[in-house]
Ligand binder design. Structure first.
Ligand SMILES: [Zn+2]
Length: 452
């Protein structure tokens, strides 16, 4: 759960490897971004969001002080304020669509995501690669259809939106090779419609969405029994998507890759990078799409084949979630700002920042990665296509026991082939591209190749 130990494989395990100059494991540029995250700013944003009374999807859209309309105009103005320090690279917009009547939306309803898109610093090779980080700004009271009562949603999901705002504030001053979309989504509580609208757009436009970091309830550290946990966050990911069917599914299972789908690979990456840059805070991988009886905005992305994960606090408090604000028998109910642990939320923000910044400055994942299976032998040979980036240092070849949840071994090479003195039957392999700053890409898992 805590800092992952990166084991550099002993030279004896390597045969005929052209080992180049291994770059550092941490990048001062990313460290600087992580250090700038402020719990105070997150608190101010949560308190402002709560001040709109309710952010129910069907609440007032015209008032300047109450309801969903005032909320989204304020979020937009915040993004625009941060954009002033971005040299015109942060583009802020409302993404509008109409939800047709459904179980929790009785009439056709205009819904609005607030998006701030940070353009890449230059129009290079990675400009089309896109990372999305999100929270949802709508809330609900005890009844999902109650549009009048206060529904403060400080934790659900004021914490996620405040985290996204803080990342936009900090990161828009820095330069990345990729496009980063900071999203405050609408209508999560009534059926994930806001996130679905963006996921559909990304699919239609064939956007190269490399990763979705969804943050939903990332500020509670005390549960209903009073037990506290503030040392780690849960990261939910599902191994398979509904698109993994037929021959694709059969091959994945026969290769023992049932634990290495896109979203799971992303989760493993975030844990490793997050704990490296912020060693005192852990990331617990949860091998599930989400919690029982609950859903989240990563789901529409995951179901469309994008890598998408959800951050969620460890100690959920059911006296506060989806509850009318009230006191009964001396007990306070409701999702109020005083119950949010802002330093905890900032820690989750730092994990997000480390992962997004590393991916955003790093190379694209290697392509055409193959494990050679032409002969029966006890060693393992891999090869892959050379990455096109000019600042590339080389590749990290990763491997682990088939039963291990995280990568255990790491070998650096500047070459595009490697021979390892371990059996391909007994390990899972992957290859990451790494640049001279030390930013590593996502891991690409090899396909078997019978060619020599
Ligand atoms: Zn939520």
């Amino acid at each position: 759960m805590r800092a992952t130990v990166l084991v550099i494989a002993c030279c004896l395990a390597i045969a005929g490897v052209a080992v180049g100059q291994q770059p550092p494991q941490t990048n001062p540029y990313v460290e600087k971004i992580v250090k700038e995250i402020s719990a105070k700013n997150i608190q101010a944003s949560v308190e402002k969001l709560v001040s709109f009374g309710t952010r129910h999807t069907l609440s007032d859209t015209l008032s300047e002080t109450r309801g969903i309309g005032a909320t989204r105009r304020w979020i937009k103005s915040e993004f625009e304020r941060y954009g002033k320090g971005s040299s015109g690279r942060l583009v802020v917009e409302f993404q509008e669509s109409t939800v047709l009547p459904s179980q929790r939306v009785p009439t056709p309803t205009r819904i609005v995501n607030v998006l701030a898109t940070l353009k890449p610093a230059q129009d290079g090779l990675s400009a089309g690669r896109t990372i999305i980080v999100s929270g949802h700004y709508d809330t609900r009271a005890s009844s999902p259809m109650d549009v009048k009562s206060d529904a403060p949603g400080a934790d659900d999901d004021g914490s996620g939106v405040a985290l996204v705002l803080e990342l936009a504030r900090v990161m828009s001053k820095y330069e990345f090779d990729v496009t980063i979309i900071f999203g405050a989504f609408a209508v999560e509580e009534q059926g994930l419609f806001g996130a679905t609208a963006l996921a559909d757009w990304a699919k239609r436009q064939s956007v190269n969405v490399e990763a979705v970091f969804n943050n939903d309830m990332v500020g509670s550290t005390v549960d209903g029994s009073g037990t506290k946990e503030n040392g780690f966050v849960r990261l939910f990911s599902e191994a398979f998507t509904p698109l993994d069917t037929g021959a694709v599914l059969r091959q994945r299972i026969s290769l023992g890759l049932e634990n290495d789908g896109g979203s799971r690979t992303l989760a493993r990456y975030i844990k490793e990078i997050g704990e490296r840059y912020n060693p005192e805070f852990g990331v617990q991988l949860i091998y599930r799409l989400d919690r029982f009886l609950r859903g989240g905005d990563h789901r529409p992305f995951h179901e469309r084949g994008f890598r998408a994960v959800r951050f969620c606090e460890v100690k959920e408090n059911y006296d506060r979630q989806h509850q009318d604000v009230r006191t009964e028998n001396g007990k306070e109910y409701g999702d109020l700002p005083k119950f949010v642990d802002y330093e905890y939320c900032a820690q989750v923000a730092r994990v997000n920042a480390a992962g997004i910044a590393t991916l955003g400055r790093g190379p694209q994942p290697p392509t055409k990665v193959e494990v050679l299976t032409a002969r029966l032998e006890n060693d393992s040979e891999l090869r892959w296509q050379k990455n096109p980036e000019g600042d590339l240092a080389g590749y990290l070849v990763r491997y682990r026991q088939t039963s291990s949840p995280v990568w255990e071994h790491s070998v650096f090479t500047a070459d595009t082939t490697i021979a390892l003195k371990v059996s391909k039957d007994d390990f899972l392999f992957g290859v990451q591209a790494v640049d001279k700053e030390g930013n590593a890409s996502l891991v690409t898992l090899p396909r078997p190749s019978g060619r020599q």
